[in-house]
Write a protein that binds this ligand. Sequence first.
Ligand code: NAP
Length: 537
Amino acid sequence: MNAKKDKFIPEGSKKLLQKELDHMEKPVTVVAVLSDDQNKPFNEFCRKLLEELASLSDKIRPVFVKPDSDLAKKYHVTRTPTILIEPERYAIRLTGAPAGEEARTFLIALLMASTGKTVLSDASKKRLSELKENRNIKVFVSPTCPYCPLQVILAICAAIEREDLISTEIIEIYENKDLATEFNAFSVPETFVDDQPVGTGLQPEEVFVEEVLTAAPVKIKPFEGSGMIEKDLVIIGAGPAGLTAAIYAERSGLHSVVIEKGNIGGQVAITPLVENYPGFTRIGGKTLMDMMAQQAIQYTDIHQGEEVLDLERKGEFIEIRTNRAAYTVKALLIAAGAESRKLDVPGEKEFQGRGVSYCASCDGYFFKDGKKVFVIGGGNTAATEALYLKNIGVNVTVVHRRDKLRAEKFLQDSLAANNIPIIWNSAVHEIRGDKFAKEVVLEDTHNGSRRIVPIDGLFIAIGYVPNNDLAKKLGVKMDEEGYIKVDKAYRTNVPGVYAAGDITGGFKQIVTAVGQGATAASTIFDDLSAPSEKWYS
Ligand code: NAP
């Protein structure tokens, strides 16, 4: 075997990595319980990763043991690979290899375990200090899920902050299908506190901390304090439009903040591959958005996990209340994007997260090894998701309601080149199953006949609906599909309120979203410098 090939931390990344590992303070013992027979490639991955990391820092001290060893028995480890981080002090367990998106999380966990310092806010630390009972946190993840790493970091922070009471286990669903099945955790990240499901997806820090305290799901509430933060501009949404607007706004001298309730990067962050953003022939959606976010934070703050819950116009200002703070601003840019459209058929809701998904890069990994999956839709998203699923080894078929795809020619050709079958003129009538989706009832859109087809999973990619609830509260005008109406300069009909990106409808591309964000920021600067009366009407 080629020795060079065996090294999977690329030479170019090692220097950067070493720089980060230089921040380690105390040595961290990492117990890796590995075996040769169970999950072999993942066991090998863990061994190599830990050996290479240990070669970069003498503060990382791997200990390799077998499942029948005394150490494995002492910590009740029966699965391999399992990694325990500084187990004499912390109860942090990775059940499954920290591959893909989780590799970086693993490094952050090592750094935090070494310094004993976490990235939680002071308020969260204070709240966690009030915990009086033991808690066990489980987070189910997959290596390709862009939402998982931040949820995992929250869970690991909790185990470090309350090393006396909190244990955290991160479970990779592909290597541990039986556990995923037992807990019904197929839509990742899926979090459990004391084995109670508390939430799917990435959660705001405050919500997560309350869930740890109460061991139950928690509803997000508006900030109740009195202090108002003054800014020129609040930008709602950290997708391409919002991030670009932030860069342009701050560079022109406006003080702004970007508020993002979910994942930085919006829909693009869950797009497996982007091939039409100039300058990049092929780039992962998450990587592209991480680069944009890195650039934006050179200029402004991005508040992830903060959700705008209420807003109101007050004279020339707009007051905005989130779960964390209250702001008063002269301008508001709504770049809140859009969310996946639902099919609205029986079984869709019931089996969401149990075979029905809207995110191939999050949940596709579970279906590799030839599981039979349908992708519903005929647009660019359906084609991109089908290609991604095929590429990771899923047995994928596209189901479209017409006899022609709407996806661009390049993607249609790729579907054909990859031998991805398409079932034409068919609509999903019903999704059926028991614990998990098992079959779909397809209806012929020409003659109405129905047939039952067994499947393992269903990825729904039938377009988006705009996230327009906040715009509605301000009386912003919308078209019949709910997209915000704007003028050429991205002003809405409400003075001081602007909109950019997918929420304005039309041609939904990254390249148009960044253009709209930049134009909107420039308009805001002009309007705040010399107030305009020309609002969209
Ligand atoms: P889209 O272009 O609106 O296509 C939605 C597809 O779903 C259409 O084929 C539509 O069928 C079908 N559909 C809609 N409602 C349905 C229902 N109830 N039942 C069954 N099928 C239904 O949405 P998209 O593909 O998500 O793309 C959204 C935007 O993002 C587009 O502007 C797209 O160009 C952009 N995007 C671009 C890329 C890229 O450039 N690589 C990648 C992803 C997304 P009909 O065709 O019959 O209407």
